[in-house]
Write a protein that binds this ligand. Structure first.
Ligand SMILES: Cc1cc2nc3c(=O)[nH]c(=O)nc-3n(C[C@H](O)[C@H](O)[C@H](O)COP(=O)(O)OP(=O)(O)OC[C@H]3O[C@@H](n4cnc5c(N)ncnc54)[C@H](O)[C@@H]3O)c2cc1C
Length: 506
């Protein structure tokens, strides 16, 4: 879109995101001798427990190779040997199809995309600018708010340097705010992942669904500290690493015949169950029998991290635990990334596009971002040509009003409530849920919501308070949509609904 003026607003450094930490790679069919679209479609549907939208799965997987070639044209480097792409395998995939750049694929993709953006004079990047809320007719004086016809006119944005909130109006707005891992105590997500986009679309009355489906990654590096845990990529198990109890005993054969290569939800529940039985803090990932040279070549970042933590993966097991990783639900979008709000698009992990269903197949999310990003851009070009925008309303959007608000003098209230929320979600609404835990969570969530609303109503906004408010909204949606479930699907597991036992032979 060389003629359109584009502003990218991001709340941290321009490269800080979940994308930066993606290790395993991008799932895409490239080796048509052994692999084909149907196999990738079947694997995606199986992981999603059939809750995926087939037409979306087909579209994304078939568009994948074109979007992958585009990335290469923009300068992204993928690992090759003798002129052929090196293809990795991850849990749930029946073929080797993961293209990667060592174990820092996301960072490499981001590097190439940021360099491409820098060469585009029509794109302005505003780092350390925090989006507080979307602007809809609700903000325009004299407009009647019609739930059936909501229009988006841009967003209110806090400039973190001068603490001023400004309005940015736009014909088209696109939300790509990533996941919400910090609604739990332990997550593989960086600190930016606070579900902001999902929360502000929900507050603007946009449709948000499938929030009950949160994927826990089975193998995050165990740490005594809460917060962001380092991920030990699934590709390590794909290359032959085995899961063991602390005493060296095997256990995955009890849960699935694919053992270590079963889909994430199964492996995460298996570890969660074994930890509950043994009372241990972690299980071990045994890489001792793997080809050491290949390991260092394929996973240099993981290898270095282990050494930094005093673990030699070739002589001892890597201690791992499940951690909150990827949100399948989010803002409802169609195949072009259009949300239920007019002129508002959403792309990536903040969406429920229909691709992942009840559980995401490993390495399908970078693919989703690429395909939907492209489709949203194409649709935007079309809409800009039609030019059916409400220019009077866009002009009438008022500035942000802080009258009567005061500076918050006790930030401890925000950090305390955030910890309370994360504890509650981790104890009551995590890998294995139950009716009574969910009911208790609903009650506790309400108490936290009321305390946060009180703070919000009199305080001058800070990103910390706004993120807390967003996490509270996200927790509300997860609990509410979990309580509506009548059967277990994919990543969602309520032990009171279980028709199948957790282990194969029970
Ligand atoms: C450790 C790890 C490993 C992973 N490995 C893989 C993998 O190998 N393959 C794969 O396919 N997927 C992987 N994933 C998942 C994948 O990386 C993410 O789902 C994907 O990158 C999300 O991209 P996104 O563009 O939707 O969001 P992000 O990349 O998270 O970007 C969101 C952006 O929005 C900004 N933002 C958020 N809120 C606001 C706000 N209020 N105001 C302004 N800006 C805001 C953030 O600062 C950030 O820049 C991994 C995830 C993690 C955490």
């Amino acid at each position: 879109m060389p003629d359109a003026k584009i502003i990218i607003v991001t709340k941290a450094d321009e490269d800080e995101s979940n994308t930066k930490y993606a290790q395993g790679g991008l799932a895409v069919v490239t080796d048509f001798d052994k692999d084909n679209f149907q196999k990738h479609i079947d694997d995606t549907m199986r992981a999603g427990d059939g809750e995926n939208k087939l037409e979306v799965v087909e579209m994304v997987i078939k568009e994948g190779p074109a979007r992958f070639r585009e990335l290469v044209e923009w300068g992204t480097k993928f690992d090759e040997k003798d002129g052929h792409l090196m293809l990795g395998r991850e849990g749930g995939h029946t073929e080797n199809r993961i293209v990667h750049h060592k174990d820092i694929t996301g960072a490499e993709i981001e590097r190439a995309l940021l360099a491409t953006i820098k060469k585009s004079p029509n794109i302005k990047m505003m780092a350390h600018h925090y989006v507080i809320d979307l602007i809809t007719q609700h903000h325009v004086p004299g407009k009647i708010f019609d739930m059936e016809k909501i229009d988006c006119y841009g967003a209110y944005i806090l400039d973190e340097k001068n603490k001023k909130i400004k309005k940015i109006t736009a014909k088209i707005t696109l939300v790509a705010t990533g996941g919400a891992g910090h609604v739990y105590k332990n997550t593989t997500n960086p600190i930016i992942a606070t579900g902001d986009g999902i929360a502000f679309v929900h507050r603007a009355r946009g449709k948000v669904s499938n929030m009950q489906y949160y994927q826990f990654h089975p193998t995050a590096l165990f740490s005594k500290r809460d917060g962001m845990l380092f991920l030990i990529s699934e590709a390590v198990r794909g290359d032959g690493a085995k899961l063991r109890l602390k005493n060296g005993g095997k256990f995955m054969h009890k849960y699935d015949e694919r053992e270590e290569l079963a889909s994430r939800d199964i492996v995460a529940r298996a570890i969660d169950n074994e930890l509950k039985i043994s009372g241990d803090e972690y299980v071990g990932l045994d890489c001792k029998e793997m080809d050491h040279e290949k390991f260092v070549e394929h996973f240099p970042n993981i290898y270095q991290k282990c050494l930094d933590e005093g673990i030699d993966p070739f002589t001892e097991m890597i201690p791992v635990v499940p951690a909150c990783h990827y949100l399948m639900g989010g803002i409802e979008v169609d195949m072009d990334g259009q949300s239920s709000i007019k002129n508002l698009f959403a792309v990536g992990e903040c969406t429920n596009s229909g691709l992942h269903g009840a559980n995401r197949l490993a390495s399908n999310s970078l693919l989703e971002g690429l395909v939907f990003g492209h489709n949203a851009a194409m649709k935007t070009v079309e809409l800009l040509k039609v030019n059916d925008f409400n220019f009077d309303d866009l002009k009438a959007v008022p500035e942000w009003n802080e009258e009567g608000m005061k500076m918050m003098d006790e930030m401890v209230m925000v950090s305390y409530l955030r910890r309370q929320l994360q504890e509650m979600m981790s104890d009551l609404v995590a890998i294995v849920r139950s009716n009574s835990r969910l009911e208790l969570a609903k009650k506790k969530q309400r108490e936290i919501y009321e305390a946060v609303t009180e703070l919000y109503n009199y305080s001058i906004l800070s990103p910390q308070l706004s993120e807390l408010r967003n996490l509270v909204n996200v927790s509300y949606l997860i609990i509410k949509q979990s309580l509506l479930m009548k059967e277990n699907k994919g990543s969602f597991y309520n032990k009171d609904l279980a028709s199948k036992p957790l282990t194969i032979n029970e």
